[in-house]
Design a protein around this ligand. Sequence first.
Ligand SMILES: *Cc1c(COP(=O)(O)O)cnc(C)c1O
Length: 404
Amino acid sequence: MSQDKVTRQTFDEIMVPNYAPSQFIPVKGEGSRVWDQEGKDYIDFAGGIAVNSLGHAHPALVEALTEQAKKLWHVSNTFTNEPILKLAQQLIESTFAERVFFCNSGAEANEAALKLARKYARDHFGPEKNEIISFTNSFHGRTLFTVSVGGQPKYSEDFAPLPGGIHHATYNDLASVRALISERTCAVIVEPVQGEGGVLPADPGFLEGLRMLCDKNKALLIFDEVQTGVGRTGELYAYMHHNVTPDILSTAKALGGGFPIGGILTTSNIAASLVPGTHGTTYGGNPLAGAVAGKLLEIVNTEEVLEGVKKRHHLFVEGLNAINHRYNVFTQIRGAGLLIGCVLNDTFKDKAKAFTTAAEKEQLMVLVAGPNVVRFAPSLVITEEEIAEGLARFERAVASVANS
Ligand SMILES: *Cc1c(COP(=O)(O)O)cnc(C)c1O
């Protein structure tokens, strides 16, 4: 086996087979364009699954990362560091948060949020208040706790026995929550737009209703904004579209623009339950992540970028509607900002993967969200030219699926 040339075939030979990556290997990116080993270019409508919020190799992020890399990479949480404290200040100034905790991924952020909710309930009400309500089809990460809380049994059932005290209600159905919530409930966790579950936005009033039910039952309301956060929906966080403030908010994905970082935002009162020794992580809140996310937030949390997301949303929806008009493949184009899902009609039922495969042939990167939804989660600053070129490629991909 040669070590100097790796190919897509190498993946099949030596990697654990839990992923099924596309047939090309990206080697370079700039903005919303990516090049593979052969020098072929791709338009990136996938954004690393809603992560590359400023595209690839954004000069300001490259500078933030390399400047920090020359100074200090890691000290652990035995010491704090300047970049992460500055990032925490930025988040507190821009959101409901009074306190922030950092980790390295979305699953870890939710793990922290859920552990905090249980600890807070135990501290204030006793150990019987430990039940968690989540939703069918929700996704909260791949740790054992977060797959158990997630509402897709196919991700958890093979790993039983699972953590207990978890119930699943139906998304956008307050009656189903009313039937499960009680004084034993410590938290309700919800995505403002279900991402992996099919890009399904909360109905008007649903999140407000959850807030009321949580207040009545002294349960914490956790918003999983791992996918919807950091400008994705056209506000800094999706809760800002609604008349609702969560008690704990988890954030990750777009926060680092490609550098791993996650975190939770919460109030001082709730945060007080995580005293020294109760929770932690070695890498969480490291200076490199802090420097990159700080710069990213400075750029994204501006009128220009957030308004730009709304404008780009319309360009996508218009373009996708036009394609649908010609090929009749979708029943609905839904989502918020630059998290957009195209729901396939009955003719193409369970065929979402065929669209991403066809897109790859047309040199376009797109995502699925379950078997029936084609998902777009591009850079928040993707150019109009890149959108137009990507949609033209998508139209060819749709044509090839529709005519096959
Ligand atoms: C991606 C995602 C997660 C998990 O994040 P990881 O960084 O993959 O651990 C959790 N919740 C939601 C809503 C997500 O979209």
